[in-house]
Design a protein around this ligand. Structure first.
Ligand SMILES: [Zn+2]
Length: 276
């Protein structure tokens, strides 16, 4: 065999391998992962710790399980401050995260790489500088999400959310909603949308956001978490918590906002969730 032929065979093999890796490897690996039966103990964790799993129709329970299975095979979990991450923790967090993409493409979470779990609310020391003044703050947080695909959660807050599904607060739904928001590069309260859907989102969300800020400025009470009024990104994350956990209330109070979220998440919890 001539050197030129050897080189040609090598080049073609390399190109084929690169094409396979870039376009087919992920799908192939996921398909292979889903051939493994969903572990029974994981199903029990979903049943005990993800209240909305219990309320899903059978077909969607299976969809959620598949998404959880992929999520757990691809994302890294790290315990912080000595916290030990076990299957209860992993499945509870994955189960809540994957509710958001139950009817959306799994690839929405492709950029999520790691989940850091603290045992409880954690302290963060923030130092900011504008070139002239350096300011320092010490915050206590229950969770956060970064544009680099990292989610941080306090396990005690996750447990609280799992125990009280009607409270409206759920740090897991909240932080993973931020990850969806990051998909177009900025956390601006609008995940990637186009055409009429984007226009409707913009008008309905802007009106509702301004209404919330206005009523809080005038010391009116709001059923929605006031934290949503801090910035549009938080508004989307807080609304996501309400959409999944208090859908009837949200639909009654904010029908246009509900419609926008229903279009984005591609499901209608008011009809889909079965009574537990
Ligand atoms: Zn937030």
């Amino acid at each position: 065999m001539s050197a030129a032929l050897v080189f040609a065979v090598f080049a073609v093999t390399l190109i084929a391998a690169t094409i396979f890796y870039l376009f087919f490897y992920r799908a192939w690996r996921r398909e292979r992962e889903l051939r493994v039966p969903f572990p029974t103990p994981w199903r029990e964790h979903l049943d005990s710790n993800v209240p909305l799993y219990r309320r899903l129709p059978e077909a969607l329970k299976q969809t959620l399980e598949q998404r959880v299975q992929l999520f757990l095979s691809e994302k890294e979990f790290y315990g912080c401050d000595g916290f030990e991450v076990d299957d209860t923790v992993r499945v509870t967090i994955a189960g809540h995260a994957c509710l958001l993409i139950l009817a959306r493409p799994y690839s929405d979470f492709d950029e999520v790489s790691s989940i850091l779990v603290y045992p409880d609310a954690y302290h963060v020391r923030d130092i900011e500088s504008d070139g002239m003044v350096v300011s320092e703050s010490n915050e206590i947080r229950a969770g956060e999400a970064s544009s680099r695909g990292q989610v941080v959660l306090a396990w005690r807050e996750c447990q609280e959310a799992a125990r009280n599904p009607h409270s409206g607060h759920n740090v897991m739904l909240h932080e993973f909603a931020h990850q969806l928001d990051y998909l177009d590069g900025t956390a601006d309260g609008a995940p990637p949308l186009s055409g009429e859907q984007a226009r409707h989102w913009q008008s309905s969300m802007t009106t509702a956001y301004e209404d919330l800020r206005h009523s809080l400025r005038h010391h009116h009470r709001s059923w929605l978490d006031p934290y949503g009024a801090t910035e549009p990104a938080e508004f989307f994350a807080v609304l996501t918590e309400a959409f999944f956990q208090q859908p009837r209330h949200l639909k009654r109070e904010q029908p246009e906002v509900y419609k926008a979220l229903q279009g984005y998440y591609r499901l209608d919890p008011t009809t889909l969730w079965q009574d537990a």
